[in-house]
Design a protein around this ligand. Structure first.
Ligand code: TYD
Length: 154
């Protein structure tokens, strides 16, 4: 079982798509182990997007991420990190496949609806950046027999 970080970006909040995007993840079978609304800061975004420091779009990216609060989510499932990236789609919404979240909901490379951790290492670091341990909930195995064959999650 893996956990991954998803952020519903300000463009999602501004366009009143929060419920619709959460619903996509829920319907897929990903479980919400933690969720909160929060205003991001300059310092947090310097850490979160440190791999993009120096890119020409970096200041605009940071400004766009602070325009409204975001919704931070910890999603849980077997291979959750790769699954969430797959259904999120290519970075640029104009090139993302139809059926992916970015492909279905945006036209932009920057206002692209969600952030999703891109590796197991990033997921660990990013979840610790956005959530305190007590903000993440252990959902036990209450519905796993409906989501998976037993040998897929044990
Ligand atoms: P990146 O980590 O490359 O993509 P992803 O979000 O798919 O993991 O980039 C992080 C964010 O930076 C991306 O979601 C939107 C923004 N961005 C731009 O604004 N312009 C660009 O040309 C790129 C590549 C990214």
């Amino acid at each position: 079982m893996e956990r991954t970080l998803v952020l519903l970006k300000p463009s999602t909040v501004q366009r009143a798509l929060i419920g619709e995007i959460i619903s996509r993840f829920e319907k897929k079978g990903l479980r919400i182990a933690g969720m909160k609304m929060m205003q991001l800061t300059d310092e947090l975004l310097d850490d979160h997007y440190s791999h993009l420091l120096g890119k020409p779009f970096f200041p605009a990216l940071k400004a766009s991420m602070m325009k409204t609060p975001v919704v931070a989510m910890c999603l849980e499932g077997v291979d959750a990190i790769a699954v969430v990236r797959y259904i999120t789609g290519y970075t640029n919404g104009r090139k993302a496949d139809p059926g992916t979240i970015r492909g279905d909901y945006c036209m932009s490379n920057q206002q692209n609806i969600v952030h999703a951790s891109d590796s197991p290492e990033a997921a660990v670091v990013e979840l610790a950046r956005f959530f305190r341990p007590e903000e993440l909930y252990d959902l036990y195995d209450l519905n796993l027999d409906r989501l998976y064959a037993i040998d897929e999650w044990q």
